[in-house]
Design a protein around this ligand. Structure first.
Ligand SMILES: NC(=O)c1ccc[n+]([C@@H]2O[C@H](COP(=O)([O-])OP(=O)(O)OC[C@H]3O[C@@H](n4cnc5c(N)ncnc54)[C@H](O)[C@@H]3O)[C@@H](O)[C@H]2O)c1
Ligand SMILES: [Fe+2]
Length: 388
């Protein structure tokens, strides 16, 4: 392993990046003054040696750590509520958010809700609703990512499904940003190829939608284009050989770059994906990857110039919109992403209801072309049939 793939970064938070750095978890806890942390993860990960090893190393360091793993993929409010109960019952003083997006989002929401008196939905990412929260009551978090996709470890939001309305809600507070991230690519090695593909496409699409979202944010755009280049050079490698630590490292960096960039905005790929995920419990990144080309096509006139610039940065032979589309379809195909929403189980009879939800998804406002219910319905129709 080249030493150059190890680093300590302070943007957008303190990131200890590199293989083997999970060893620094007890030190991270000490740095934040944790004595009784609650380790939050999902039940699949809780069965893997990385969690038992992690608990052991924390206990050896004198920390009174407890484990909470009642976390669904596409986590729901009751996961957060039972986590808050466990947090209070154990008088925990900090949270270790260990997992993919589901584990980390749930952990961040638990740490955030620890001392709030209002219900969680009052802190949805709408206007300045976050100012309703008592910032002093938010517990600090150390994040340990195990997927390279959502970038939740370097983000200020948690995505939680409201089961009553079947909608994915974004809970936001600037203080939800983890205080320390331990980004160890070795922890992503066991991620199966299909999840590597889906999560990797989520990272790519965060960068792509942030780059295309309207508004002046040159920082975000710079981060986004380099994030996409890292995915282009490394995602296929990581899918084909999960033990390729160099590819896993670059994918982990790219996923954090995606979430750093998307403070500029996301777009209709996420708007189409969220209702499908909330209704059919499909994997988030995979669903995005299916929706991507249909949204690109819909946005074409508004993003043509930008996509040409991006295609040059990516070093595509045909640096045009069509060249980019062709390359992205080939990437999708090579890593086994289905071409249509029908293959994810979506039915024609569901499209009207899904389109209503997509049009009010908070990400819809970031799409470069205005998309209301009829436009979302049209894109869903195209994605169901595979019509480009
Ligand atoms: N906070 C954000 O900004 C943000 C952004 C995008 C998506 N999300 C949300 O994140 C969630 C999806 O997260 P995800 O794509 O990381 O998947 P995930 O966290 O749901 O994990 C998927 C599966 O992979 C398993 N897994 C995770 N890491 C593994 C590893 N290293 N080895 C073996 N198995 C492993 C898990 O146990 C789980 O079964 C969705 O709820 C989505 O809405 C959040
Ligand atoms: Fe996403």
């Amino acid at each position: 392993m080249s030493e150059s793939l190890v680093g300590n970064w302070n943007y957008p938070t303190a990131i200890r990046f590199g293989p083997g750095r999970i060893r620094e978890l007890p030190d991270g806890c000490r740095a934040l003054g944790f004595k009784r942390p609650l380790l939050v993860t999902d039940p699949g990960l809780a069965r893997l040696p990385m969690i038992s090893d992690g608990l052991l190393s924390l206990r050896k360091a004198g920390l009174e750590v407890a484990l909470f793993s009642d976390v669904r993929s596409n986590p729901v409010a009751s996961n957060v509520e039972s986590g808050v109960r466990a947090l209070r019952a154990g008088s925990h003083d900090g949270v270790i958010a260990w997992g993919g997006g589901s584990g980390i989002d749930t952990a961040k929401a638990i740490a955030f809700m620890a001392g709030q008196t209002r219900p969680m939905w009052d802190f949805e990412d709408i206007g300045d609703w976050w100012t309703r929260a008592d910032p002093a009551a938010i517990l600090p978090t150390i994040a340990v990512p195990t997927t390279a996709g959502t970038g939740s470890e370097t983000g200020r939001a948690a995505v939680i499904t409201n089961e009553e309305t079947h909608t994915k809600k974004v809970i936001f507070h600037p203080r939800m940003m983890p205080a320390i991230v331990i980004a160890d690519p070795e922890l992503t090695v066991a991620l199966p190829p299909m999840l590597t593909a889906g999560t990797g496409m989520d990272a790519f699409i965060h960068c792509l939608e942030a780059y295309c979202a309207p508004g002046y944010h040159p920082y975000a755009e710079g981060i986004a284009v380099e994030g996409m280049r890292l995915v282009k050079e490394n995602l296929v490698r990581a899918v084909k050989d999960g033990r390729d630590i160099e590819a896993r490292s670059h994918m982990l960096a790219a996923s954090q770059m995606g979430s750093t960039a998307f403070q500029k905005g996301l777009g209709a790929i996420h708007s189409l994906s969220h209702p499908v995920g909330a209704t059919l419990d499909t994997h988030h990144g995979l669903t995005n990857a299916v929706a991507m080309p249909y949204v690109l096509q819909f946005n074409r006139d508004a993003i043509d110039d930008k996509i040409q610039r991006l295609a040059r940065w990516l070093g595509l032979g045909d640096a045009t919109f069509d060249g980019f589309m062709e390359w992205s379809l080939a990437l999708r195909h090579e890593i086994g992403i289905p071409h249509t929403l029908a293959e994810l189980g979506v039915k024609d009879s569901q499209l009207d209801a899904l389109a209503e939800m997509a049009a009010v998804d908070p990400t819809a406002g970031g799409n470069p072309v205005k998309a209301g219910v009829p436009e979302m319905r049209r894109m869903y129709g195209a994605a169901l049939a595979g019509r480009l």
